[in-house]
Design a protein around this ligand. Structure first.
Ligand code: FAD
Length: 423
């Protein structure tokens, strides 16, 4: 229809996809652009990395979701720059004209002032990164099983996780679970003492964004899973497999997992004045990016501050989803008041049967928290097939400790596609 405005949404994560779902399809033509052809579920990336789930269980093809959405189209491509004068965005494949642009590109890894780390460490910000880490772990376990040199075996199985937020705690917990329970069943050649897992955090407690009680319980659970921990400790350098810490300690480590920070996926062509700390776009109450009338930002990439959140709203799924729904109502022309974030609480799991949940009305820990964690994640995953898949995998792993997912599937080298843009 000719009088329809074209809204282009960059990024089909929690923010972008929920916005597209809620926009009035009779008023707008909608295009979602994403560098992947699927929506993913980051809270469970660590389960891909630890072979608990297969990638397809927590990935959802956009085209399947679009079937139910009228007047909405998916375009595959990484946005390389935006020409704000002419309202055109450029991907590696095409140029797309927009009337309104919504940036929902989320975040990527932040290596702070050590960009060289990107080549040396493992990260968990995408499905592809999680698969890479899974392959690394499986490859090391297999090599450790066949080496006759006990010192080399220990070197192969030296893991350090940097960053004691939810992702760091969860992947460290999964490695601890592997050390404590899985090795003896599936890798009998390896003893528990051969595996070293260390979790390092710069502040005085793990899960800093949660309650002190949650941090204390998480620390206990980590100890139970034979994970060494360091608090108030920063990583200063990582050279030749030696990790140097701010407390003067040197640790030998061949697999370094970096979960210590994120930074916004900003797009070239935008005025630098519109970017705040953490590389997030400064938005006003109507989600307009500073200095632009027809460009909006939501989710992790958006920086909205008020008295309650002077450093911006937390970069979590609920903020992204709630902002998306609020912006949709506004663009649809419904009367809306100022955005108020309904914080439903936060949770993290540390291996099986152990989790911590800070909910609005109560605090939970141990098995009840773990069951709550599973339930919340299960209902949040898109698609019935995915939910059933995840549930079956979890029940199977719970009963038998084994999954059939410990497959070392390496990518073949050729053909290398020039248009697959690496981050
Ligand atoms: C490992 C991990 C665990 C997490 N656990 C939790 C949790 O337990 N609970 C919680 O609430 N939050 C959690 N989060 C945070 C949560 O995932 C984010 O807050 C949420 O995904 C933000 O949604 P978003 O739509 O803003 O960004 P995202 O979900 O990151 O989506 C961004 C989308 O933009 C696309 N994109 C990026 N750049 C481009 C480009 N240039 N061109 C085209 N497409 C692009 C990406 O492919 C992606 O699909 C976790 C995050 C991670 C990484």
């Amino acid at each position: 229809m000719e009088n329809q405005q074209h809204i282009v949404i960059i990024g089909g994560g929690f923010a972008g996809l929920n916005l597209a779902k809620k926009l009035d399809k009779s008023k707008f033509k909608i295009t979602i652009l994403d560098k992947n052809n699927f929506h993913s579920f980051p809270p469970l990336f660590y389960q891909i990395a630890s072979s608990g789930l297969e990638p397809s269980s927590i990935s959802f093809p956009f085209r399947r979701e679009m079937r139910k959405m009228k007047n909405t189209h998916f375009h595959y491509g990484a946005v390389l720059k935006v020409d704000t004068e002419n309202s055109i965005i450029h991907t590696q494949f095409e140029e797309i004209k927009y009337d309104k642009l919504v940036i929902a590109t989320g975040t990527t890894n932040n290596f702070f002032n050590q960009p060289q780390l990107k080549e040396k460490v493992h990260t968990l910000k995408s499905t592809a990164e999680a698969i890479r880490l899974r392959n690394e772990i499986l490859d090391r376990l297999e090599r450790a099983c066949i080496t006759t040199d006990s010192e080399r075996r220990k070197q192969l199985l030296s893991f350090v996780v940097v960053g004691g937020g939810p992702t760091g705690v969860e992947i460290a917990g999964a490695l601890g679970e592997m050390k404590r329970y899985i090795l003896q069943r599936e890798y009998p050649e390896i003893s528990k003492d051969d595996v070293r897992v260390i979790l390092i955090e710069g502040t005085d407690r793990f899960l800093r964004t949660m309650s002190e009680r949650a941090s204390a319980d998480a620390a206990n659970y980590l100890g139970h899973l034979m994970i060494e921990t360091r608090l108030n400790c920063l990583m200063e350098s990582y050279e030749n497999n030696i990790l140097h810490l701010s407390n003067g300690e040197d640790i030998y480590c061949e697999t370094l997992i970096w979960t210590a920070g994120v930074t916004g996926n900003v797009i070239k062509g935008m005025n630098p004045d519109s970017i705040a700390r953490g590389c997030r776009y400064i938005i006003d109450d109507s989600y307009r990016v500073k200095g632009y009338d027809n460009i909006y930002a939501i989710g992790d990439i958006a920086f909205l501050s008020d008295t309650q959140y002077p450093n911006g709203y937390p970069q979590v799924a609920q903020v992204a989803i709630q902002q998306a729904k609020h912006l949709a109502s506004q663009l649809n022309g419904q009367p809306v008041s100022k955005f108020v974030y309904n914080d439903k609480g936060s949770m993290a799991t540390v291996g099986r049967n152990r989790a911590v949940c800070d909910l609005n009305f109560t605090y939970m820990y141990g098995r009840p928290a773990w069951l709550t964690w599973m339930f919340i994640h299960l209902i949040s995953i898109l698609g019935m097939r995915n939910k059933v898949n995840v549930l079956i995998n979890w029940i199977w792993a719970y009963l038998f400790y084994s999954t059939s997912l410990r497959l070392l599937l390496r990518p073949v080298k050729y053909p290398i596609r020039k248009h697959w843009i690496d981050e």
